[in-house]
Design a protein around this ligand. Structure first.
Ligand code: CA
Length: 339
């Protein structure tokens, strides 16, 4: 595949949280340092032993299959609100576009025409979110789905709050011994997204008519991604722009990447890396490219707290590059631009 180089085994580090405990041990600090090194150098990592039970992950993929196999009229009983920033409910194939060029509306229209992303999604937030309600299917359509998805949202949230945020705080040597980032993430402003990329004829990809998802960076604090075994996720190589390396599925791991908001907060010390989903590896024999399921969990900082450059990420030689901003203002600007 042009523009793609094969994965070097060490290109994307694997961080093992097995010994993280409650975040107070020297081992936990070491894990935090490995994580921050990965964020500086690659912007991506695999996580192992997150404490998120594999059975729960498998179960969520099963719910996702059941949801997306419903007839389209049924799925549209939980329609994504028309406001682009309200990421809740069902979006059909081709509706949402993610692009790096979103700040220029004329370019966006052109990009939409050229490369419709071929995917459908269902977005879920926290159930008591004050500014954005969940949009659920009627319970009788898919009994148990709401409870299962809500529970999985909470499981991911626990990982974020109990391990990820402390590890980042420790690795960045922020004041407060692992507690620093906690106070900026009290509200669980997170988004669980079930994603389905339908099967398509291989020739469609070969002609470049459709990508699975175009190259983009994530805009919030960070993302953890559960992927099935189909493959196709690629991340821009840290060793040269324009080349992408495959983020091949590794059983028992979850993929992590940081988003633009954390990059800005860290004065660009940490790297929010361009990534995309293309057709999975195909030796030319398959006529249809297999469908793919993935489940990203997007994590955002609390909307109303003004953030300034993180301590330790600036000094006389590295002045602050950005004005303080609230996560809410920053995210709204980015979300509005993706529809
Ligand atoms: Ca992404």
């Amino acid at each position: 595949m042009p523009g793609t180089v094969s994965l070097q085994p060490t290109a994307i580090p694997i961080i093992d949280f097995a010994c993280f405990g409650d975040g107070t041990s020297p081992e936990a600090t070491e894990i935090g340092k490995q994580l921050v090194k990965a964020c500086r150098e690659v912007g991506f990592a695999y996580f192992r032993n997150t404490g998120i039970p594999q059975a729960e992950v498998d179960c969520m993929f099963e719910w996702s299959r059941r949801l997306f196999s419903l007839p389209i009229e049924t799925k549209l009983l939980a329609p994504h609100p028309k406001e682009g920033w309200k990421h809740r409910g069902y979006s059909g194939v081709g509706r949402e576009q993610i692009s790096q060029m979103v700040f220029d509306p004329t370019q966006l229209a052109e990009i939409r025409k050229q490369t419709p992303d071929h995917k459908e999604s269902f977005d879920i937030g926290r159930n008591d979110c004050p500014h954005m309600s969940n949009v659920w299917l009627p319970e009788e359509v898919l009994p148990g789905f709401k409870d299962a998805a809500s529970a999985f949202f909470d499981t991911c949230r626990r990982f974020e709050f109990e391990k990820l945020l402390p590890a980042l705080s420790l690795g960045l040597e922020l004041p407060g011994g692992g507690k620093f980032l906690e106070k900026y993430h009290q509200q669980a402003e997170n988004q669980l997204r079930l994603l389905h990329y339908p099967a398509v004829p291989a020739e469609v990809f070969a002609r470049g008519e459709k990508g699975r998802i175009g190259a983009h960076t994530d805009y919030a604090m960070g993302t953890i991604l559960f992927q099935d075994d189909v493959g196709g996720l690629e991340v821009e190589s840290p060793h040269g722009s324009g080349n992408f390396v495959a983020v091949s599925p590794i059983p028992g791991t979850v993929v992590f990447n940081i988003g633009d908001f954390l990059m800005r907060w860290s004065n660009d010390t940490l790297k929010s890396t361009l990534h995309r989903v293309r057709a999975p590896p195909n030796d030319g024999k398959l006529e249809m490219i297999k469908e793919r399921f993935s489940i990203p969990y997007f994590m955002s900082s609390d909307r109303d707290i003004l953030i300034d450059c993180l301590p330790g990420c600036w000094d006389e030689d590295r002045p602050k590059k950005y004005e303080p901003v609230t996560a809410g203002a920053y995210i709204d600007m980015r979300l509005d631009a993706t529809y």
